[in-house]
Design a protein around this ligand. Structure first.
Ligand code: MN
Length: 238
């Protein structure tokens, strides 16, 4: 297998995992920066993540132009990915989703913060981007590079961000990290909501968060999680 073929397979698996874990449904997407050309990224054609196959994976320039269209229809919101890769050279994978657990935190001022050690991967600072601030009344989809760059600027150096009335973005130094961030961002939101019904949550502090991130991103933890998610998603059949 070539490096590119391995990366495409990994991207298909990531799509199936995110669907299995309920982070994405018919909508939402995950990309990987091209392993041989940092000015390009790999992303499926417009299709529900659970159904994606290697032949659906397309190659894009950072400004969202398809390199190999072959009659396929790209995702309307692909600009999210290129704009983040453009701003963050260290980022190798981007996930955008509309997880239902996250939406309440996107439309209120309740801060989403890590509530337990495995969820520290979302980072201690989670910005909240509002397309309305700069672009007025829209359908909330990020469809231009100007919108994508504005979103990326709000994400800045953080690991995750909420999008008001829409969803979230998370990034990773590789696709396993990005999947870890997305899965545990959703889990954190669910648990934090429950905690807030009982009282005032006692969050991880920033120093603890950094230590927990290092632990979660170690091969011991992330490879164990990835194997578990792969099996649950039925990816051994790929
Ligand atoms: Mn969206």
């Amino acid at each position: 297998m070539t490096i590119l073929a391995d990366t495409i397979r990994e991207l298909v698996i990531a799509n199936r995992i995110l669907a299995r874990e309920g982070v994405v449904d018919a909508f939402g997407h995950v990309s990987i920066r091209h392993p041989e050309n940092p000015e390009r990224y790999l992303l499926s054609r417009s299709r529900a993540p659970e159904l994606i196959e290697p032949g659906d994976i397309m190659e894009f320039t950072l400004d969202g132009e398809a390199v190999d269209l072959r009659g396929r229809t790209p995702y309307g919101e692909r600009m999210i990915h290129g704009a983040i890769y453009e701003l963050r050279p260290e980022v190798q994978s981007v996930i955008h989703n509309h997880s239902c657990e996250l939406i309440p935190f996107s439309v209120t001022d309740a801060p989403l913060r890590p509530i337990m050690h495995t969820c520290a991967v979302i980072g201690s600072e989670i910005p909240r981007w509002d397309i309305r601030d700069k672009f007025g009344d829209t359908d909330h989809l990020v469809v231009t590079m100007e919108q994508g760059r504005d979103l990326a600027g709000s994400l800045a150096g953080n690991r995750a961000m909420l999008m008001r009335r829409h969803g979230s973005v998370v990034v990773g130094g590789n696709v396993k990290e990005a999947v870890m961030n997305a899965v545990y961002m959703q889990a954190n939101a669910k648990m934090q909501m429950q905690a807030m019904q009982l009282g005032t949550p006692d969050f991880l502090n920033p120093a603890e968060t950094e230590k927990c991130i290092a632990r979660q991103m170690s091969p011991l933890a992330i490879d164990r999680a990835w194997e578990y998610w792969c099996i649950r998603a039925g990816s051994e059949s790929l």
